[in-house]
Ligand binder design. Structure first.
Ligand code: ZN
Length: 58
């Protein structure tokens, strides 16, 4: 139900996406996938995933 809700790390507002609609800060989900309890590496994980995808294309 609320699995897609993210909370802004800047102002604490809830957001439906990873960008806060209020302040534009980074929002993280309270139920992060896998290893990080704070989804601290979510940004890097997505970057790595993107890089890996780009490398796979080459
Ligand atoms: Zn915010």
């Amino acid at each position: 139900m609320d699995n897609n809700m993210a909370k802004c790390m800047e102002c604490g507002a809830y957001a439906l996406r990873e960008v806060c609609p209020k302040c534009g800060g980074r929002a993280t989900t309270p139920h992060p996938p896998r290893f990080s309890p704070e989804d601290r590496y979510g940004h890097y994980r997505r970057r790595l995933h993107k890089l890996a995808a780009e490398e796979a294309v080459q």
